[in-house]
Design a protein around this ligand. Sequence first.
Ligand code: ATP
Ligand code: MG
Length: 573
Amino acid sequence: MRCSEYLFATLKENPSDAEVISHQLMLRAGMIRKLAAGIYNYLPLGLRSLRKVEQIVREEMNRAGALELLMPMVVPADLWQESGRWQEYGKELLRFKDRKEGEFCLGPTHEEVITDVVRRDVRSYRQLPLNLYQIQTKFRDEIRPRFGLMRGREFIMKDAYSFDLDQDGADRAYEKMYQAYRRIFQRCGLKFRAVEADTGAIGGTSSHEFMVLAESGEDAIVSCSQCDYAANVEKAELKITGESTPPPMAELAKVLTPARKTIEEVAEFLGLETGRLVKTLIVETDTGEVLAVLLRGDRDLNTVKLTRLLGCAWVEMAGEETVVRMTGAPSGFAGPVGLKLKIFADCEVALLADFVTGANEKDVHFTGVNLGRDVQVDTFADLRQAEAGDPCPRCHGSLEIWRGIEVGHVFKLGTKYSKALGATVLDDQGGERPLIMGCYGIGVGRTLAAAIEQNHDQHGIIFPMAIAPFQIMVTLVNPKDSQVVEAGEVLYRELRELGVEVLLDDRDERPGSKFKDADLVGIPLRMTIGARNLEQRQVELQERRSGERELLPLAGAAAEAAARIRSALKAME
Ligand code: ATP
Ligand code: MG
């Protein structure tokens, strides 16, 4: 490709609505353009990288024995009604009607459709195991689309689904995908960790998320400093340390705490550490149930753990009106003493005596509160959010906290969809058995964005070779100089003949601005052809990542560059 004939659309200024670096750089490098919130055009340069990520994913899926198919993006509602998700799925599911009033949705994920495909054509255990995948556009009407391709509404996903007769087979399918994912992200040049993840309402046995470590990540993950335990914070189990409940020493007493509502304000006012207070959260579930949750004052509620414990779809903090109705006081003064709600408490609360809580009265708190004597807890459970320094649940190490971007997710589904949709096969005894399924997703655009989060400097993107839009950029310092043009054309042809993906910068612009663009776009190698070096029959080769430059003899320069590209690709395998 020649820049002069290419849509080379770099921007000098940082776009004001781009918060994270990958979004900024993809806009500035002319890879993507926003059409509507969370909906993007992929410009030619961006599409080249995206296709490379797709191709790596495709090769590894094929290597693992999965078969590619393509399902429609538009999905009839009845399939989703069969699984029950038409009701369960929130507003992320974009529903609409066709001209005949038939109901449809845009597929955010394809468990229903694939289960339907398989129930029609797979009847015998002899056709198993089976793993089917597609690389396709998904739509989720995300509440907060942001960060460019990282959290779009329309995005490209690879989704694979495995079908097995028994659990052993399903476990093997999962393991194969797990290994394929490791290879995929490694080949994309990413630093990542596979972490244990919450299995949500499906309640399956196993799920791992592949997290790319990056400051901008929306997920928090914990990992042990000593063993290989790693989990999403949503899921991180906590080891309960400490002895049994100490005996009560103090009497229950009311204290005035005028206008002190937050834990910090009350603690400071009473001259106590926040860990000596117990906060009472009034929580509402999707089914309209209202309950109270007790946590040590210095801890945060993990809503995913609570949701799982309750077996509901979601929980949220009750609004002010509900708090007043249930406690008789404005928020900030709720407490468990005399409260007519079901009370759930984090296990750590059981280790406290003589603590402070709200008194369900404006500007009043209780001191000397004790479990058993003053408060009856219905259920104790691990409900708090993990924090850095918490003890590892598996060994004697302690937990560290990282930010991560979820680029892939593998999940043991069990028989949820095969039972709901009646996808069964005959086993060797002639009995009907529901298929055991797994599902495996990778965000293609998000993976590309995550790679840029990890590979950039102040000048722009530094593409890992395997996903770079072009492998080398040949810059003509002065495209009006006929010798420069001639040498450039020869190199350009030689490189292409060697199978190298080359972009020739033949634009008639200042060399400085061409070099700036080259740095911004982040093509891994750059060859510069200038009149002065040509006199010595030499060209300059520069590596984008290290910035190191060297002079190569013009003859043989193309072969040398091709060899370096091959070895860079090999190193990523
Ligand atoms: P998240 O928790 O980030 O919303 P998810 O867990 O809902 O993602 P999955 O259903 O596991 O996503 O989808 C599989 C993969 O698809 C994710 O690991 C991610 O890489 C990608 N993905 C999901 N949602 C988006 C999105 N809105 N934009 C881009 N990629 C996405
Ligand atoms: Mg996920």
